[in-house]
Design a protein around this ligand. Structure first.
Ligand code: SF4
Length: 214
């Protein structure tokens, strides 16, 4: 089984409840959405075909038990579920970032799915697969990328529909870089008594001038 891989790199986990931990990232090629703020457009088409064993060998080199599969959108590739399965078998802790528009149960539930619910300013919120709300487990995480106050109101409404076992630890509110300051988002979260975790993109704080490999 081949997958098209954009990059594999070792960095600090910048998002999710695992922020701050060293992690191996497997960035897969291809995405079915076109968000207005996308910062990984280079992953839409660029990539190299690799087999699952080749990917595993490359991951092994970094001697790190935490692996995140990201994109693009990992679920557009058939082989992603096989990769997740093999990583779990090899006893890695596996995270997968997904844009929330496709069925998250295509991968094993032992993988922590970090699922976006797209807000209006992304231009793609009509594509949210709301059936995914029923598929979430206590192992998953839900992320809202918020660009303005309308997005915040939307996120607040959607967050109120999430299962209680995720709140507040595994509900992530993140500001769109360059559009909304984390300070303003923090104020809205506190004033609104929102049961969510403010997420700052740690890799952008550490490496503000790098947009690949971090
Ligand atoms: S889902 Fe992610 S990779 Fe795809 S367009 Fe949106 S931000 Fe970019």
């Amino acid at each position: 089984m081949n997958l098209k891989v954009n990059e594999i790199f070792y960095s600090i986990q910048g998002e999710s409840v695992h922020a701050g931990l060293p992690c191996v990232f497997v960035r897969l090629t291809g995405c079915n959405l076109r968000c207005s703020y996308c910062d990984t457009e280079y992953a839409f088409d660029e990539g190299t075909a690799m087999t699952v064993p080749q990917i595993l060998e490359k991951i092994q080199y970094f001697d790190c038990s935490l692996v995140e599969i990201t994109g693009g959108e990992p679920l557009v590739q058939q082989g992603t579920s096989v990769l997740v399965e093999d990583l779990l078998q090899a006893r890695y802790r596996v995270l997968m970032e997904t844009n929330g528009s496709l069925d998250i149960d295509r991968v094993n539930r032992r993988c922590s799915r970090i699922m976006d619910i797209k807000c209006p300013s992304s231009g793609e919120h009509a594509k949210n697969d709301l059936d995914n709300l029923k598929r979430l487990t206590a192992n998953d995480q839900v992320k809202f990328v918020i660009g303005d106050h309308d997005d915040f109101l939307f996120a607040r409404q959607m967050a109120s529909l999430l299962p209680e076992f995720l709140c507040p630890d595994r509900v992530l509110f993140s500001a769109v870089s360059g559009r909304l300051s984390p300070e303003r988002l923090a104020r809205w979260i506190l004033d609104g008594r929102i049961k969510a975790r403010l997420q700052v993109q740690l890799h952008k704080v550490i490496w503000p001038d790098r947009d690949r490999g971090v």
